[in-house]
Design a protein around this ligand. Structure first.
Ligand code: URA
Length: 297
């Protein structure tokens, strides 16, 4: 299997768990029981280990627990005083903030493992901001968020809104790729501690850009922004939350859509994007209103 697809398959299993699913349909029509814990070895077609080439291929494909137990990192970043110090345009302020994050070593293990910081991309004046969870391998390599398969889908979603990536702003809760054990690949969910340490940077980005709407992609992004939730992303999507006065629309992560081609699921995400467009007073055509109501012909 294509390594990136494999990685997404592993992430899908993790997502299914997060959605409380214990079984999955296979293309064969069989129902397969998923491992009770996503860190354990998973059934073959869905969760063969990702990308690795060595013996450690037998290690978990996608970890939901941290691999490193370093002392709790703390970000003393004082958002208000930093923002006050910053002059110039939004682009100048973002550039100054980026400089700070570029040398961040608060999570020592991530500072060591990352290729580079994945700060964010797009228009500093954007009215619409997308927030994901953390960079993956491809993002770590290229220094840009959402450039892998999930990113391609996100770009399609943005295009369907009749916008471009250059017109919006895209960032993640975590600026570093969560580290993985040596000789393994794939991705793991960022820990609460890592997200807490990095969140001030995202909040600074939000304060500088001052978007009208934020779309939070997936349950981990929501957790990173608002802390642990008592309910699932399935229940949170379709509602509005608020971060520092900015309306936030939670929706499913594009990775989840990549592995679930269900039209109704696409429609749910599209409904969230339509709600964001309405909040932004963007024009919406009849054709756009009808997307994903019936299979494309
Ligand atoms: N998934 C994310 O949440 N962020 C990225 O940048 C890429 C994939």
């Amino acid at each position: 299997m294509n390594p990136e697809l494999r990685q997404h398959a592993a992430r899908y299993v993790e997502l299914l768990h997060r959605h409380g699913k214990e079984e999955a349909w296979l293309p064969t029509g069989l129902v397969r029981r998923l491992p009770s814990n996503a860190t354990s070895a998973a059934p073959a077609p869905l969760t063969s280990p990702v990308r690795g080439t060595s013996k450690s291929e037998t290690s978990p494909a996608f970890r939901s627990t941290p691999t490193v137990t370093s002392p709790k990192p703390k970000n003393d970043f004082d958002l208000n005083s930093v923002l006050k110090e910053m002059g110039g345009t939004k682009a100048d302020k973002l550039a100054a903030l980026r400089k700070k994050t570029d040398t961040c070593k608060i999570c020592a293990h991530l500072a060591k493992s990352r290729t580079q910081i994945v700060f964010g991309v797009g228009d500093p004046e954007a009215k619409l901001m997308f927030v994901g969870e953390a960079p993956g391998a491809e993002e770590d390599k290229q220094g840009e968020p959402f450039v892998g398969l999930a990113g391609k889908l996100l770009t399609k979603m943005i295009t369907a809104m009749e916008l471009t990536r250059e017109q919006v702003y895209i960032a993640n809760v975590l600026k570093c790729r969560p580290d993985m054990p040596a000789n393994t690949s794939g991705n793991r969910k960022p820990t609460r501690t890592e997200m807490d340490a990095c969140l001030p940077y995202l909040r600074a980005q939000v304060a500088i850009i001052a978007p009208t709407v934020i779309v939070a992609l997936g349950s981990t992004a929501v957790e990173g922004l608002f802390g642990p939730q008592k309910t699932t992303i399935s229940r949170l999507r379709g509602t509005w939350m608020e971060l520092d006065g900015v309306p936030v629309r939670p929706t499913f992560h594009p990775s989840y859509l990549l592995h679930n081609q269900d039209l109704a699921l696409k429609r749910l995400v599209w409904t969230d994007l339509l709600a964001a467009m309405e909040k932004l007073s963007l024009p919406i055509s009849e054709k756009q209103r009808g997307y994903f109501l019936k299979p494309a012909t």
